[in-house]
Write a protein of this length. Structure first.
Length: 471
């Protein structure tokens, strides 16, 4: 392929980058930049997926996707993928800023936010917080027991601790997907207990926090569950800064980003070591001895695979796989909650069907776990119009989350909820809407419960103060 043939692709990639960069630059120039705004984390994640990875492919002249058993040419769908990605990011930005355009609102400056944060946030009620966290953690323990029991023997636990292997995936199928997913609630339980430890330190609450955190690591690290660790570690990071009414410096963000990249590379290698016939020790040694490979993996590994995976998907849609007109998202939303035990012929999720069509051999072996980003199900349902409208709604939802936080951020429970919800923007961009909704229900459910109980307690206290003043 000649150099001139690459120019349209380079222009499209630059257009995606500019669409992401312009709103950030505008915020920096007007003194309203907030690293904890959903727009910022969206821009960072989207740039890795649809700017860094495609540009690396163009510069290397490598238009391929390497699966465990095959190599797929993404060239025929590469430009169509870039067009879809450009329309998607434009849709998100339009949805995010349509409120400003309609009302003429200007985001609050850093100084005005600091002035509003001069008063300390409303603390949690210790007893309520411990009750919610303990109940949530207990439910997760029960779910873990049910999951292990569902595998047929206690060897299921050994299989899980051994890592993400074919035996691991078999254990999930033979056990129950629902108890496994329910254990995501360990994340909010740990964060709630942390907030109690910080405000009301005691040996009991500290011990509970350490135990629940240990369960989070046991659930997430061996299986390479980067989404769970992202929400937990990222939520911890954001919460600690929100609690102090401060924001991290760019140096801090850069250092932590490098550490997160190294951890993500390790988890990715750990998860896929079975296909390389590596032991856990060999995987750890490889990452420790060659940490610089993390930078290369950012542009070639699974953390940014959405662009080439989507390019392959749009080659099949709508030619081999026709538009589904709502079945990919809304149909899956109705079907997914039904246990397979009650419906033996329950259809596989659309993503599994797509994987089976594109990589049949890997799918049969359970060795492919490609992510296509949110754009794939939106496109599969309604084509380009569906992708645009879906991303507009995504942007509007992210902006609503931020606006609600700014308006109601005077409580620790509100901080906890936002600290976790903030990272769901990345999860929502990476996964399909149904998977993101399932994750959101479990990681936000306990925090929403705590927030509602906290708001009710504050309302009662306010009413009591008014009545006392009238007397």
């Amino acid at each position: 392929m000649t150099v001139a043939a690459h120019i349209p692709d380079v222009v499209l990639v630059c257009a995606i980058g500019a669409t992401l960069l312009v709103p950030i630059v505008w915020r920096v120039r007007h003194g309203v930049f907030d690293p904890f705004e959903p727009l910022v984390i969206f821009a960072a994640a989207y740039a890795v997926m649809f700017v860094l990875r495609p540009m690396a492919m163009i510069l290397a002249g490598d238009y391929s996707y390497e699966a465990p058993l095959s190599v797929t040419d993404v060239g025929p769908g590469f430009r169509r993928m870039l067009i879809l990605a450009l329309l998607g990011t434009a849709g998100f930005v339009v949805g995010y800023f349509v409120r400003d355009a309609r009302s003429g609102d200007v985001p609050k400056t850093s100084e005005s936010r600091a002035a509003e944060s001069s008063l300390p946030p409303r603390p949690l009620d210790r007893h309520t917080a411990v009750l919610v966290a303990s109940t949530t953690a207990l439910l997760c323990v029960v779910a873990g027991i049910l999951f292990v029991a569902g595998g047929g023997s206690t060897s299921t636990l050994t299989t899980l601790l051994h890592g993400r292997t074919a035996a691991f995936d078999s254990a999930i199928r033979e056990g129950s997907f629902y108890p496994w997913t329910m254990m995501l609630m360990l994340v909010p339980a740990a964060l709630i207990l942390l907030s109690v430890v910080l405000d009301h330190p005691s040996r009991i609450t500290l011990g509970l926090f350490l135990v629940v955190t240990g369960l989070v690591l046991v659930r997430a690290v061996p299986s390479g569950d980067r989404v769970m660790l992202l929400v937990f570690c990222g939520g911890l990071f954001v919460f600690l800064y929100l609690r102090r009414s401060s924001r991290p410096s760019l140096v801090t963000i850069a250092v932590l980003a490098c550490g997160a990249l190294l951890l993500s590379t390790f988890l990715s290698d750990l998860r896929g070591r079975d296909s390389r016939n590596e032991t856990v020790g060999q995987t750890v040694t490889s990452v420790v001895q060659r940490p610089w490979t993390s930078l290369d993996r950012l542009a070639t590994g699974p953390d940014s695979e959405m662009a080439p995976a989507l390019a392959i998907a749009v080659q099949a849609i709508p030619h081999d796989l026709h538009y589904t007109y709502g079945k990919t998202i809304f149909g899956d939303l109705l079907v997914r909650p039904i246990p397979r035990a009650l419906w033996s012929d329950k259809p596989d999720p659309p993503r599994n069907k797509l994987l089976a069509h594109l990589w049949p051999r890997e799918s049969n072996r359970g060795s492919i776990n490609a992510e296509f980003s949110i754009l794939a199900p939106l496109y599969w349902d309604f084509g380009i119009p569906g992708a645009i409208v879906g991303m507009i709604l995504f942007g509007a939802g992210a902006r609503t989350l931020y606006e609600n936080f700014i308006a109601r951020n005077r409580s620790i429970s509100g901080y906890l909820f936002y600290a976790v919800a903030f990272w769901l923007v990345v999860v929502g961009l990476r996964n399909g809407p149904v998977d993101t909704l399932i994750t959101s229900v479990f990681v936000l459910g306990p925090l929403a419960t705590l927030y509602a109980l906290d708001a009710r307690r504050a309302s009662r206290r306010s009413t009591a103060c008014v009545l006392a003043g009238q007397v």
